[in-house]
Ligand binder design. Structure first.
Ligand code: NAD
Length: 358
C-alpha cells in the first residue's frame, strides 16, 4: 500500500524538537510503523502545481494524509486522477481542503482526528478576544520601540466583563470557548448554529441561541467564528453582514480564512466598523507576503492579532493528532470499524452534520 503525506517543512526547529510531529522531518512518527508492515510511505511539503510531489504521487496512493496547517488541496480534478485512493486522513480537524462532495461521489472516505486540537484552539480564541479587547498588540509594540505613552493604548482598551460575546458554531470548539468565557462575567454569551446545544449544555454555560444571523451579529460586541468551511459558510462574513455588526465590534476567526471575506474585513477595520480582527487562518496558506490581513490596522494603528496557522498545532495537539492518525491507519489496515466521531465522509455519503445541512 502506498501512503502519501503532505506535511509542512519544520526546518531546524523540527530537527531540534522531535515533538514537532506534524512536519516533513518527523513524519507524524509513522515511518517505522508503516515500513515494518511493508507499506510505502512518501512524505513531502511540495503541494502546488502539476510538478509538485503531491500531484505526482496522488495518482497511485491508496491513503492520503494531509494537515489543515499546510493544506494539500485535493480538488475534484485530482480525485479523478487518483485511481487508487480510498482513504483521506486529516491530521487535525477541518477537512475543507478536500473536495468532500467529490469524495462522496468517488466513494473515498475522509476521516479526521476529531477533538484532537479543540482545546488548543479554544484557548487561542480566548487569548485572541482578550488581546483585541484589551488592545494588547500595540501596547507590546510600543514597549519594544522604547516608547511609553499609556493614553495612546488606554484610549482603545476595554474590559471583557459586561460585553456580549457570540460564537458562530457551537460544536466542540465553539462550546469550549463558551465554557472558558463563563468566569469573565460577560453581559451575555450567544451562539448561532443550526444544531441547537443540548439543553443541559446550554444551561451549563448560560448561553442563548439566536437563530437569525443578522440578529445575532447585531447584538455582539465580540463575534468568534467556530464553524467548518463548507458551501454554507464560505464568504459568510461579507460586506453585507459586516454592516449589521455593532459599530466597533471585534471579530475573531480561527475556523477558516475563507469564511470571512478578506477585503470586506480589511475595509471594515479601516472604516471603524470593526475595532479588531484576529485569528490564525487565511484564505490561502501559506499566506502571500502582501496579504492585507498581515498588516491592516484600525485608525488608531491597532486591532490586528493575526498569526500563522498554529492555534491547533501546539506540541500537545500534535501528540494527540499524530496518535489519532496512527489509530485510524491501524483500523483501516485491520478492517476494524473507525470511531464514528472521526468520519466526515463514509463510503459514498457524509457521516457528519457539521459540514452543512443536507
Ligand atoms: P464541530 O464539528 O465539533 O463543530 C462545528 C459546529 O459548527 C457544529 O455544531 C455545526 O452544526 C456548526 N455549523 C456548521 N455550519 C454552520 C453554519 N452555517 N452556521 C453556524 N454553525 C454551523 O467542529 P470543531 O471541532 O468545533 O471545529 C470547527 C472548525 O474549526 C473546524 O471545521 C476547522 O475548520 C476549525 N479548526 C481550526 C483549527 C486551527 O488550528 N485554527 C483547529 C481545529 C479546527
Amino acid at each position: 500500500m502506498k501512503v502519501l503525506a503532505i506535511l509542512y517543512d519544520g526546518g531546524q526547529a523540527a530537527v531540534d524538537e522531535p515533538r514537532l510531529l506534524g512536519t516533513v522531518e518527523n513524519q507524524l512518527g509513522l515511518r517505522s510503523y508503516l515500513e515494518s508492515l511493508g507499506h510505502e510511505y512518501t512524505v513531502s511539503s511540495s503541494k502546488e502545481g502539476p510538478d509538485s510531489d503531491f500531484q505526482k504521487h496522488i495518482v497511485d496512493a491508496e491513503v492520503l494524509i494531509t494537515t489543515p496547517f499546510h493544506p494539500g488541496y485535493l480538488t475534484r480534478d485530482l480525485i479523478e486522477k487518483a485511481k487508487n485512493l480510498k482513504l483521506c486522513v486529516t491530521a487535525g480537524v477541518g477537512s475543507d481542503h478536500i473536495d468532500l462532495n467529490a469524495a462522496v461521489d468517488h466513494k473515498i472516505q475522509v476521516l479526521e482526528v476529531s477533538g484532537s486540537n479543540v482545546v488548543s484552539v479554544a484557548e487561542h480564541v480566548v487569548m485572541s478576544i482578550l488581546l483585541l479587547v484589551r488592545n494588547f498588540v500595540p501596547a507590546h509594540e510600543m514597549i519594544e520601540r522604547g516608547d511609553w505613552q499609556v493614553s495612546e493604548i488606554a484610549r482603545n482598551a476595554f474590559d471583557l466583563e459586561n460585553k456580549v460575546v457570540g460564537t458562530i458554531g457551537a460544536g466542540r470548539i465553539g462550546y469550549r470557548v463558551l465554557q472558558r468565557l463563563v468566569p469573565f462575567d460577560c453581559k451575555e454569551l450567544l451562539y448561532y448554529d443550526y444544531a441547537p446545544l443540548p439543553a443541559e449544555a446550554q444551561k451549563a454555560v448560560g448561553a442563548r441561541r439566536v437563530e437569525d444571523l443578522v440578529e445575532f451579529v447585531s447584538q455582539c460586541d465580540v463575534v468568534t467564528v467556530n464553524c467548518p468551511l463548507h458551501e454554507g459558510t464560505r464568504n459568510l462574513v461579507n460586506t453585507e453582514l459586516l454592516k449589521h455588526f455593532k459599530k466597533g465590534a471585534w471579530l475573531v476567526n480561527t475556523a477558516r480564512g475563507a469564511i470571512c471575506n478578506k477585503d470586506a474585513v480589511a475595509a471594515a477595520l479601516r472604516s471603524g466598523q470593526l475595532s479588531g480582527y484576529s485569528g490564525d487562518v487565511w484564505n490561502v496558506q501559506p499566506a502571500p507576503k502582501d496579504h492585507v490581513w498581515r498588516t491592516v490596522k484600525n485608525s488608531l494603528g491597532g486591532g490586528n492579532g493575526m498569526v500563522p496557522h498554529y492555534s491547533g498545532t501546539t506540541l500537545d495537539a500534535q501528540a494527540r493528532y499524530a496518535s489519532g492518525v496512527k489509530t485510524i491507519l491501524a483500523n483501516y489496515l485491520d478492517h476494524k470499524p473507525q470511531d464514528p466521531a472521526n468520519i466526515i465522509v463514509g463510503l459514498g455519503k457524509y457521516e457528519t452534520r457539521a459540514y452543512g445541512q443536507r
